[in-house]
Design a protein around this ligand. Structure first.
Ligand code: ADP
Ligand code: MG
Ligand code: MG
Length: 192
């Protein structure tokens, strides 16, 4: 990925999150505290503002600035988790240009911080199959969406939704949806 592609990706991601701010918060209402859309819209908007102001010139610098802004501006559980994801990607980008390896490092840091495995109804349930799909050269926007949809059938065992136990069933996990936006816009930006 080039720095230009990365910036295009982050802009499309921000637009998608801002457009769907209400929907993300609506997903967070029955199984959380209804703030995921507001958290993500605030954080991504601040991230783009920082990128425009500081104009980072390399992939690593852009990822690092994004990580720091997400950590400090998103808030909630998702802020440190997205921040960790981008920090993991930052570190990997210093060693490799391979997108799969970069995303794997992002997922590893999400899991290091949040301790969630696949099947606990979190953003991990979008990240893990997306990376798998990318590895096998069969990732599509429809598939990314289906990974988030599939969290409906999972009982939450991490995050706020875990307080609901069985009652978390039937609802899409909000963080899995914002992560689906992340990967949908990655595909749209032609990031490879
Ligand atoms: P909060 O729950 O603090 O209000 P948000 O609503 O912004 O934070 O984010 C909630 C999302 O964070 C969940 O939908 C889930 O995807 C994600 N999440 C919560 N805990 C974890 C965890 N331990 N590991 C991975 N993702 C998590
Ligand atoms: Mg919330
Ligand atoms: Mg909250």
């Amino acid at each position: 990925m080039t720095n230009e592609q990365l910036k295009q990706w982050l802009q499309l991601f921000t637009d998608k999150v801002v457009e769907n701010k209400q929907y993300l918060s609506d997903l967070d209402t029955p199984i959380g505290d209804g703030d995921h859309g507001a958290n993500m819209a605030r954080g991504t908007t601040e991230m783009m503002k920082a990128i425009e102001e500081k104009n980072p010139e390399t992939v690593t610098d852009t990822l690092k600035l994004s990580a720091m802004t997400l950590i400090s501006k998103v808030g909630g559980a998702s802020g440190p988790l997205y921040g960790s994801a981008f920090m993991g990607m930052t570190k990997a980008s210093m060693k490799t240009e391979d997108l799969v390896e970069i995303l794997e490092a992002g997922l590893a840091d999400i899991q290091k911080r949040g301790k969630a495995e696949i099947g606990e109804k979190t953003m991990v349930d979008t990240w893990a199959p997306t990376i798998e799909g990318l590895k096998n050269n069969e990732l599509t926007i429809e598939k990314v969406q289906s990974f988030s949809e599939a969290t409906k059938d999972i009982k939450a065992s991490k995050g706020r939704a875990s307080y609901l136990g069985e009652r978390s069933l039937g609802h899409i996990d909000p963080g899995s949806m914002s992560s689906a936006y992340l990967f949908e816009t990655m595909i749209k930006a032609g990031v490879k």
